[in-house]
Design a protein around this ligand. Structure first.
Ligand code: ADP
Length: 700
């Protein structure tokens, strides 16, 4: 697996900013107005999200909100709280297909797919009128390439026909890239004629090894989130979206991961993707619809990755920019992910959403998709970081989702008189909420850590769980890590780990000396990470026997202060203001200790990786740090690291000094701790099992 280029991460700082912004932008509001006027009547187009094998004729288009919502809306309406449960119990009214059943993409849309390859490049921001025009409904309406709104119903018919010949299409667009170019215009009739050829690729089946000892029963899960290593990663979420599905496959889960197809995804990955189909999807309240392309990659691990393709929304270099763009982007993504599942006929037992970028999924599911097979799926929403909530003014979110007014109430999407909050709404509508450690699950129900959602979370505490993250030990394995000078294991770390320390000192221009204690810090440089404390203690740590190595990017104030220290303590402090996977690996291996003094930390991966690399963590007792690092007890010689509780620099200083004392005065005990850390189970196995139990509980 290749590493995410540093350029990908370039957006790190931008991302931080973007993710944290929460203000409302008049600009977008303005956009709302303009579009509204223009199109209003225009479009109720339609062919969109039609799920292929809809049995009932009435169930027109799922996305045509209006049509489907009425009934379910009422349900959800009143108190989202109560509502949330309702669906859980009532659950299966549908003539459901098999759990995890995988249906070839053939059906309905396919025919249209062909033309869909056109992939128009409409600007998301273009005026409604413009958009309406572009909205050329692919094949369905061969004759009228433009907005044949009328066509709606017609769609299903041709689709049905198309079915019979799902196989044979050698030609269809295998590669996403080319497909889009093909532009729709040319396609009109001719295309439509060939009904069958279009269907999406014969779905490459996941590769579930029918091992007899896999836990039963099998469950199917769709992960929906905004980033996933190795395609795109800006932090821990990317790691989790990569490692947890892999671990779930070993737990007998059939996992599909749905992420945006960002322009910044490396070409080598794009080349491996296969075109699965495309369609038009209604999205906005004025009827604007958008292209949804599905590109698929089946990894050797058995996890299937489906990328939502739309250049209007994902043509930027990195995932997060600013809320003005991110709100429309993830409104679109949340709905498109569901529509794609519907289109592919892949109805999972559980839809597992991650963070605010996918938090609208449970709401869409319980309103607009209520009349589809998907309605039987249960939803889990995982909070990876409560600080980022996706808040924006109500009219804008209404415009970009076309969700019914009923969900914009104080129990769900509405934050206050003017703002809507995507995460808040998702929490109300999800069947289950999880966060990434037990302690954080408790903390976020308090005003101190609750980011103003503590009361909301207390209200839903009955469906809130904490399951700690793990790390992927194939990706993070000091014994096989190709990025290290001297790979090592628990059997030979005494001899080999020091070689990595020397190599690191050399690489960073520090004094090369085994006897120096190297303390590392690998982090986004934001206010969350306790960097004020680090700034306070650095001068005190520099004593001629200690070296400090920092790796991170983020807020200018921290970048500058760490640069200052590097200048001031040449040869003893090295500040790497950058994102560099390779260097991160070498610091984990070469450092003796790693500081993680976070103000709050939902789970934290760096301390887990550090332990696995035999680097002793020095952490603040908060969130996942508290759950994963057992404080050292000098009397019993137990524990995994050094900890402190209150957010005070004096306490961090004390914890580091305790570590130094042990390191310099009792190396035998220190090395024993290193051994314990390396042997500690930080894999995903246990946590994946807990997620599996959760899925089973939801889908009894
Ligand atoms: P968060 O998700 O809050 O950023 P985590 O501890 O959960 O923090 O995950 C951070 C991940 O990002 C780890 O895999 C860590 O190694 C990696 N990382 C953070 N900063 C950098 C950097 N500057 N260069 C390379 N990797 C980094």
């Amino acid at each position: 697996m290749s590493l995410v280029s540093s350029s990908l991460r370039l957006g790190e700082s931008m991302a931080n900013n973007a993710r944290k912004t929460t203000t409302s932008r008049p600009a977008a509001a303005a956009a709302t107005k303009t579009t509204k006027t223009a199109a209003s009547s225009a479009a109720k187009t339609v062919e969109e999200t039609k799920k292929p094998e809809e049995p009932k004729p009435e169930k027109t288009t799922s996305a045509t909100a209006k049509a489907t919502t009425p009934k379910p809306e009422k349900k959800v309406e009143a108190e989202p709280a109560a509502k949330a449960d309702a669906p859980m119990t009532s659950a299966k009214p549908e003539p459901t297909p098999k759990a995890g059943a995988v249906k070839p993409a053939k059906k309905a849309a396919p025919a249209a797919k062909k033309p869909a390859e056109k992939k128009t490049t409409r600007k998301a921001k273009a005026s409604a009128a413009k958009a309406a025009e572009k909205k050329t409904a692919p094949a369905k309406k061969p004759a009228e390439p433009t907005k044949s709104e009328a066509a709606p119903k017609a769609v299903p018919a041709p689709a049905a026909k198309a079915e019979p010949a799902p196989k044979a299409k050698p030609t269809p667009a295998p590669k996403a890239e080319e497909a889009p170019k093909a532009e729709a215009k040319p396609a009109p009739k001719a295309e439509a004629k060939k009904p069958s050829p279009a269907p999406a690729e014969p779905k490459p089946e996941p590769a579930p090894a029918p091992e007899p000892n896999l836990p039963q029963p099998r469950r199917s899960v769709a992960f929906i989130g905004s980033e996933c290593y190795p395609f795109v990663k800006t932090g821990g979420l990317g790691d989790v979206m990569y490692a947890l599905p892999k671990a779930l496959v070993k737990q007998n889960c059939d996992v599909k991961v749905i992420v945006p197809k960002y322009a910044c995804i490396k070409q080598e990955w794009k080349d491996k993707m296969v075109y699965r189909g495309s369609f038009q999807m209604d999205l906005c309240s004025d009827g604007r619809s958008f292209y949804v392309g599905i590109m698929e990659y089946v990894s050797p691990s058995g996890v299937v990755y489906d990328f939502i393709d739309n250049e209007d929304f994902f043509s930027y270099g990195n995932p997060y920019t600013n809320l003005v763009d991110d709100i429309p982007r993830y409104c679109y993504f949340s709905k498109a992910a569901l529509a794609a599942l519907n289109y592919m006929g892949w109805i999972p037992d559980v839809i597992h959403c991650h963070d605010w970028q996918a938090a609208l999924v449970p709401i869409f599911l319980k309103t607009m998709f209520q009349g589809t097979y998907l309605a039987r799926s249960k939803t889990v929403l995982t909070i990876h970081n409560l600080r980022f909530q996706g808040k924006y003014n109500i009219p804008t979110i209404k415009y970009w989702t076309n969700l019914p007014d009923s969900v914009f109430n104080m129990g769900a999407l509405q934050e206050d008189w003017t703002e809507a909050n995507c995460l808040k709404g998702g929490l109300a509508y999800a069947d289950m909420i999880t966060t990434v450690s037990g302690t954080y699950a408790q903390e976020i129900q308090t005003p101190e850590y609750g980011e103003r959602l503590d009361d909301h979370l207390r209200y839903y505490s009955w469906k809130l769980r904490g399951i700690v993250n793990g790390i992927d030990t194939e990706m993070w394995n000091p014994a096989t890590d190709k990025l290290l000078d001297a790979p090592y294991s628990v059997d030979n770390f005494l001899d080999e780990k020091p070689k990595n320390k020397r190599a690191l000192q050399e690489e960073l221009g520090l004094e090369v000396d085994d006897s120096k204690m190297v303390i590392g810090l690998i982090s986004r440089l934001t206010n969350q990470k306790g960097l004020d404390l680090v700034n306070d203690v650095i001068p005190g740590l520099i004593d001629g026997n200690t070296q400090v190595v920092i790796l991170g990017t983020g807020d200018a104030q921290y970048e500058d202060s760490f640069r200052y220290y590097e200048n001031n303590y040449k040869g003893q402090v090295c500040s790497n203001i950058m994102y560099d996977e390779g260097r991160a690996h070498r610091i984990y291996a070469g450092a003796d200790a790693l500081m993680v003094p976070s103000r709050f930390e939902p789970c934290g991966l760096t301390q887990l990786i550090a332990m696995h690399y035999g680097t002793v963590p020095i952490v603040r007792e908060t969130g996942g740090l508290k759950d994963t690092v057992q404080p050292y007890n000098q009397f019993s010689n137990e524990g995994n690291g050094f900890t402190f509780d209150r957010y005070e620099s004096g306490l961090l200083y004390d914890a580091v000094n305790r570590a130094k004392t042990l390191y310099f005065t009792n190396r035998w005990c220190w090395d024993q701790m290193v051994r314990r850390d390396m042997e500690k189970d930080v894999t995903w196995d246990k946590s994946a099992q807990q997620y599996r139990w959760l899925y089973l509980e939801l889908t009894q």
